[in-house]
Structures are given as C-alpha cells and as structure tokens.
Write a protein that binds this ligand. Structure first.
Ligand code: AQP
Length: 336
C-alpha cells in the first residue's frame, strides 16, 4: 500500500515563486509515489480579513495554479478545506488538546501578529486546525517548506497526547522538508521569507506576474555589496537567495551557477535569472489560464471534496468515539 501525504496551501493571495519551489513542485513529484491529499486551506486564509470576492477568486487561482504546476486529478485528491466539514470539527478537538503555552510559542503567530493592533483568535489557534487537517487523512508525511516545520512538530505532539489519553486514534506524521528551496526569501529583505501576503509586491514574484513584471522585480531585487557572484548565505544572504532561485528555476547546481558567472557582473546575472524564472513558470501560467478559461478545475474540486469527506469522516468518527462525544454515532452506548 502506498504511504499517504497531506499538505495545504492558503488562498491568502496569488501564489508566489516561494510556494511553487518550496511546496507545489514537490507535491507534483510526490503524487506518483504517495497517495496524496492536497488542500486549498481557505479557513486558514480567513485568520486575517479577506474580502469575499477576492477570497473566491484566490481559491480558484490557487487550485488552477496547483493543477497548472502538474497535479493530476487521476493521481491525487485536491479539494477546498471549507467543503469538508470534518476539518473544523476535529479542529475544535485539537484546540482543546493544545495548551495556550504551546500555541503562544508558534513563531508564525509572533511574526504575523507583531505590530498589529488587533489579531483574530483564529490566527492564534490556527496551528490546531492545521494539526486536524493533517491527522484527518492518517498522513504518514507532510511535505512543507521549512517555515511550517514547527507547526508539523506541534501536530505530532498533539497526536501523541491525544493517543496517550484516548488510545491509538491518530497516525503520527513526519514533516518532509526538501533540502533546497525549503525557504525562498523576499527579494527586498533576505531575512524575511517570500510571502504572498507581503504588502510590498516587490518582495515576491507571483505566479501571476507578467514577464515584464518579473524582469523589473529581479532588477530591483536587493543584492549585497561587491561585484562578484559568490554564494555566501551568511555574508551575502540576498545574493545567495537569488542564486538559490536561479538554481531551482534552471535545474542547475549552485556551483554551476557560480562558475557560469565567474568574472561577470550582477547585471548579466540578473538578466539571465529573470529569464530562468520566466521559463520555469510560463508553462504553469499557461495551464492555469486554460483551466480558468474552461472552468474544468471546479469539477476536480467537487470530486476531490467527496473523496476527502469519505476519508476524513471515518477518522473524525474514531476520534469522537474515543472521547465519548456524540449520541448519533452510537445511540445504544448512551443509554444509561
Ligand atoms: N518563501 C517560501 N519558501 C519556501 N516555501 C514556502 N512556502 C511558503 N512560503 C515559502 C511553503 O508553501 C506552502 C504553502 O504555504 P501557505 O500558503 O499555506 O502558508 P505560508 O507558509 O504562510 O505561505 P505564504 O506565502 O507566506 O502565505 P501568507 O503570506 O498568507 O502567510 C507551505 O508548505 C510553505 O512551507
């Protein structure tokens, strides 16, 4: 039997090159080897305010970009989180399993709430919902970028705690982190990861960007002082990030890129980098555009939600029974 993987992407903006290199490309590679469940996690996106029309369109674009990148409905299950009721139900159970202290330690909450006057309760508890998302599919592994590792560790802790209290209900999953491309950084600040919700669009390359926009963003990308194209993540983090992006997009090693620009300046390097990015994402954009035009992604999401519901409702039932919840699940058991 194939091992299972689960992973999700928030429709909190148009996907970035970071989402593509750090997550989606690997989702595609894994769909042959694993039984894969991939989810557009729209409940996670509403932890910050979203306008309804924008959210609807971001859900569509997220699904179409994932399919455009090569996810195949014959091989994997793609669905939208809010179409499958078990997610919020087990989400609540996981909130009650997690402690306030461990949720307070999540670095993403600290980063996203910093400097904000008001943050939603959901932003604080969302790692518990994420744990539920994963556990509902008895996932063996969770392919994520390095930024999500802490959340997968929390999911493991919650699964183990629940299992020790109520018996073995959940499979305890492992994070699957790619060696490279695990964290693509902002083009404007190499200490911040590239994020689709960055208020400064110059910081990210969106999968929706035109060729001209990509060329401009790469040209404007910060570099470190000096002239030499050298890979030094500590001393020259901005340049190292650009070399990493180049290496992924062109399918070459870091050493090959560095050797190719020996004695050449940043301008030539950036011109070729922009070209490599455009080449890497153009086929994804073309397939995305065709899926949006013919609307065929909608049926894929409907079929995916049915399949996800089948699997997740069985796991939810196990959890509720183990905890002593519900009358409907077993009416005889509650006759005292
Ligand atoms: N910069 C990145 N480099 C590598 N991987 C990344 N991922 C995100 N950014 C990078 C990976 O993409 C997957 C989906 O992430 P998500 O959309 O669920 O949430 P996120 O990690 O919070 O991504 P963003 O783009 O930064 O979204 P916003 O701006 O809404 O917070 C995950 O596997 C993640 O690791």
């Amino acid at each position: 039997m194939k091992k299972r993987v689960f992973s999700g992407i928030q429709p909190s903006g148009i996907l970035t090159l970071g989402n593509y290199l750090g997550a989606i490309k690997r989702f595609v590679e894994m769909q042959d080897e694993y039984e894969a469940f991939y989810c557009v996690v729209d409940y996670h996106a509403i932890t910050v305010p979203q306008a309804p029309e924008t959210l609807r369109s971001q859900i569509a674009h997220t699904a179409a970009f994932m399919l455009g990148a090569g996810l195949d409905p014959e091989k994997m299950t793609l669905f939208v989180q809010s179409d499958v009721p078990a997610h919020t139900q087990l989400g609540w159970i996981m909130e009650c399993t997690a402690s306030f202290g461990e949720l307070s330690r999540m670095t993403q909450f600290k980063e996203k709430s910093e400097g904000k006057e008001s943050v939603s309760g959901g932003l604080f508890t969302y790692p518990a919902l994420m744990a539920a998302d994963i556990l509902l599919y008895d996932a063996d592994g969770v392919p994520v970028g390095d930024d999500q590792k802490q959340h997968v560790e929390l999911c493991r802790d919650l699964a183990e705690r629940f299992n020790s209290r109520f018996g073995k209900v959940f499979k305890v999953p492992e994070p699957i982190i790619g060696e490279t491309g695990a964290r693509i950084m902002s083009l404007q600040d190499p200490h911040k990861k590239m994020s689709k919700s960055d208020p400064n669009p110059a910081g990210y390359i969106s999968l929706g960007d035109s060729k001209d926009e990509i060329v401009k963003k790469v040209k404007r990308a910060v570099t470190d002082s000096g002239r030499e194209v050298a890979y030094d993540p500590e001393g020259k983090p901005a340049l190292a990030n650009l070399i990493t992006i180049f290496s992924h997009c062109a399918g070459k090693t870091i050493d090959e890129i560095v050797a190719a620009y020996d004695g050449k300046g940043y301008a030539e390097f950036k011109r070729d980098l922009a070209e490599a990015v455009v080449e890497a994402i153009t086929p994804v954009q073309e397939k995305h555009d065709a899926l949006i035009a013919d609307g065929s992604f909608v049926q894929i999401l409907i079929d995916g939600a049915r399949r996800a519901h089948e699997v997740s409702s069985r796991v939810l039932k196990r959890a509720k029974e183990a905890m002593g919840l519900s009358v409907l699940l077993d009416p005889e058991a509650v006759r005292l």
